[in-house]
Design a protein around this ligand. Structure first.
Ligand code: NA7
Length: 539
């Protein structure tokens, strides 16, 4: 009771995207008071900021949604096979209204710092208004980071970044009023998911589009289409079973992984399987064979198949060759899911520039210069990605016991227990943190599992009158080792991906996500909970 009198709210939640909204709903259901801080001027997180042309989820609509409310599941209508950004944002706004969440969410407010007061067992959180810069402090018993994995956008440190006189955009913080590229000469830098989704749409608008590609990616046609009403009805009727299945598969999608090994499949049959999956579209291709993620030989079969499709689609053989990925196995960077990406390079108004052989040297007043040539543009779009998984967390000054900051603790790479907690930071939890399977899965399935687990843990502590819970260094060491060992049994470490921090110069090279899969991870978390939160020191 004494501690309670010293806090303003039971829980501070940072972020009002998929994670933060559900956290608030759950915590309130447990009778806890919450303050959610969100830097945007609306809810939605990732789907609030990523409004670039063509922005769309690569997970199919019926499964990229909350499962906690059967009523919500039944009343919401998705319109397409894959949800476009505006539709997901509408959904999240609907959720905020339907569950009366807005009254505990402060928009336009970013968290600057959070410091743990060991004597009082509380977090002192400093928040700042993005409108006028005023700061104030909030005290809470628990702090939950719902800050997202791909929320700290990254522009490469090019020389002369301010020199360019034209318009500059980053896909991850797109202007809300939209952008019209009609009649303009546009550059897109980057060919990850964001580049690959936006390039065909921008090409349709711009007078000329120049795409600067450093590493070609594997991309699979989405085959997006209006959601078939009959199929949608079937899914709705079958939601309980599909959701339960999704919670148990490695991907968090209700499609059990293939049990067929590519290497044990005859070439003609391999071909047939690949054709079927290519026709199905999207991530299904990544699930065609059981050994795709562990055998380079098996992976090469799929890689070669995609390269052949690129040859078929792209008319100019030299451009086709440039677009073919050879440097990393399929799936070791997230497979891109596109609409007309490769075909866009057949357009007269689109040019592909390889910046592997001649890197971008600097931005200039007129445009940019590679080491080989100068280019002039009206607009430059950075589709250059994010400081993934740790960026948003480390932007805040988070100080744990003994005055150690999270940045200090993670200077050689992030270390967590189960991806939800880190030793030295009591009563601080992370949703989809490094060490969790989140980014390798259907994010919403993972988010719901993390939130359920964290809020169950908080309820356990509250019911027993505990003042704090902290991951033990031993449990954390063992988990970090397990995450590394798991990654090392796969091909994932062979790619210079953001999973490894490889996209940010100087970032420690540590494989961050847990490759063990959603189902296995859930089992492990459930086991820890069943053993009275084994690996946590509770006081
Ligand atoms: P990604 O996947 O990190 O892609 C960023 C792209 O930007 C990628 O092609 C990078 O090439 C390129 N890039 C980054 N820095 C440079 C420089 N200096 N020069 C040229 N090109 C550069 O981010 P996205 O936003 O597309 O997607 C993020 C996730 O969102 C995605 O995985 C899905 O989960 C959804 P590189 O490969 O590093 O050579």
């Amino acid at each position: 009771a004494q501690a309670r009198a010293e806090i303003d709210v039971d829980v501070v939640v940072v972020g009002a995207g998929f994670s933060g909204l559900y956290l608030l709903h759950r915590l309130r259901g447990q009778g806890m008071s919450c303050a959610v801080f969100e830097r945007g001027d609306g809810v939605g997180g990732t789907w609030y900021w990523n409004r670039y042309p063509g922005a769309r989820c690569d997970v199919e609509s019926p499964y990229y949604s909350y499962s906690f409310s059967p009523e919500l599941e039944q009343e919401w209508e998705w319109t397409e096979r894959y949800p476009a950004q505006p539709e997901i944002l509408r959904y999240l706004n609907h959720v905020a209204d339907r569950f009366d969440l807005r009254r505990d969410i402060e928009l336009d407010t970013e968290v600057v710092s959070a410091a743990y007061d060991e004597a009082r067992h509380r977090w002192d959180v400093i928040v700042r208004s993005t409108a006028d810069g005023t700061q104030r402090s909030v005290r809470a018993k628990y702090c939950v980071m719902a800050t997202g994995c791909l929320s700290a956008g990254r522009v490469p440190d090019f020389e002369g970044l301010d020199a360019f006189a034209g318009e500059v955009y980053h896909t991850g913080s797109w202007p809300h009023e939209g952008v019209d590229f009609t009649g303009k000469r546009v550059a897109v830098i980057g060919t990850g998911s964001s580049g690959i989704q936006s390039i065909p749409v921008i090409a349709g608008q711009a007078e000329h589009l120049t795409v600067f590609q450093r590493t070609p990616n594997f991309s699979v046609p989405a085959r997006n289409q209006p959601l078939d009403p009959e199929e949608w009805r079937r899914i709705k009727a079958d939601y309980p079973r599909l959701r339960e299945l999704a919670r148990r598969t490695p991907t968090g999608l209700p499609f059990p992984p293939s049990t067929a090994s590519a290497l044990e499949t005859a070439p003609e049959e391999q071909r047939q399987v690949l054709e079927e999956h290519w026709t199905l579209g999207g991530f299904r291709l990544g699930q065609c064979f059981s050994d795709l993620a562990v055998s380079r030989e098996a992976n090469d079969v799929v890689a070669q198949y995609i390269r052949e499709r690129i040859d078929e689609i792209v008319e100019d053989p030299a451009v086709a060759e440039l677009l073919k990925p050879y440097d990393h196995p399929v799936g070791t960077k997230r497979i891109c899911v596109d609409t007309d990406y490769y075909a866009t390079f057949n357009r007269d108004n689109v040019t592909l520039v390889d910046v592997r052989s001649a890197p971008i040297a600097r931005l200039t007043e007129a445009g940019l210069s590679t080491t080989a040539a100068d280019y002039a543009f009206d607009a430059i779009v950075f589709a250059t990605g994010f400081d993934a998984m740790t960026g948003a967390l480390l932007k805040m000054q988070i100080t744990g016991t003994g005055g150690t900051t999270l940045a200090e603790k993670w200077s050689a790479g992030p270390r967590t227990y189960l991806g939800v907690a880190t030793a030295g930071f009591p009563n601080l939890f992370m949703v989809t943190g490094p060490g969790s399977p989140s980014v390798l899965s259907n994010m919403v399935t993972s988010i719901e599992q993390h939130v359920d687990w964290i809020t169950d843990h908080i309820r356990y502590l509250e019911e027993r009158g505990h003042s704090c819970s902290e991951a033990s260094p031993e449990a954390e060491d063992a988990w970090v080792q397990h995450v590394n060992d798991a990654a090392d049994t796969t091909l994932f470490p062979q790619a210079n991906s953001w999973y490894l921090g490889a996209n940010v110069p100087g970032k420690p090279r540590v494989f961050m996500p847990y490759v063990g899969g959603v189902g296995a991870y859930r089992d492990k978390c459930d086991e820890v909970a069943a053993r009275q939160y084994e690996g946590f020191s509770v006081a």
